[in-house]
Write a protein that binds this ligand. Structure first.
Ligand SMILES: [Ca+2]
Ligand SMILES: [Ca+2]
Ligand SMILES: [Ca+2]
Length: 183
């Protein structure tokens, strides 16, 4: 199945909830909101949705067993996908990830999500995916700190830096929606 890659640029005055959380000074500097959606929003169905890892993430995932696409159901997997950002300077952003326990379930409570550039020195996000008592399907949302985001993106010294997302190892990803605020 073909990947869905929706690329929307909105000159944003209208505010999302995430936008409303940006500091006032940053909000004035950034008038462009870009949303990237990878993976079909198909509720984990319809077969696997492919990923497009950056060269650095592909090298990181290479030695790991059981690489995962979107909607990949088996436990003990390593999921990675990358987003190519237009320009390195941002006022922050948000990351939305639809997740589900794999079937069969294994040990999702120790699963982690990491956002940065493989092999993940500076990190924009480093967190557990699941908390005790969570339902087996949920949507994660992270606010992306602009200083950490700029550190990872601008260090690449390119107009099209990568942002890598890595999740392991008993979680299935339906889709990832990345929103970036820029001047
Ligand atoms: Ca699918
Ligand atoms: Ca696990
Ligand atoms: Ca999907």
């Amino acid at each position: 199945m073909k990947r869905t890659s929706i690329f929307i640029i909105i000159l944003a005055i209208t505010a999302s909830a995430a936008w409303a959380q940006a500091p006032d000074a940053d909000r004035k500097k950034c008038t462009t909101t870009t949303t990237y959606i990878h993976g079909l929003q198909d509720n984990f169905g319809g077969g696997p949705d492919p990923t497009t890892p950056s060269p650095a993430l592909a090298a990181f995932l290479g030695p790991l067993a059981n690489p995962a696409t979107y909607d990949y159901n088996a436990p003990n997997n390593h999921f990675g996908d990358s987003f190519r950002i237009c320009g390195c300077k941002t006022c922050g952003g948000t990351l939305e990830v639809r997740v589900r326990h794999t079937n069969p379930v294994d040990i999702p409570l120790n699963d982690g999500i990491t956002v940065g550039l493989a092999p993940f020195g500076p990190r924009v996000v480093s967190a557990l995916v699941w908390a005790a008592g969570d339902p087996p399907v949920k949507t994660l949302t992270f606010n992306l700190d602009p200083a950490k985001l700029n550190e990872v993106l601008c260090a690449q010294k390119t107009d099209s830096p990568w942002l890598d997302v890595y999740v392991q190892d008993d979680t299935t990803i339906d889709y990832i929606k990345l929103t970036i605020f820029q001047p």
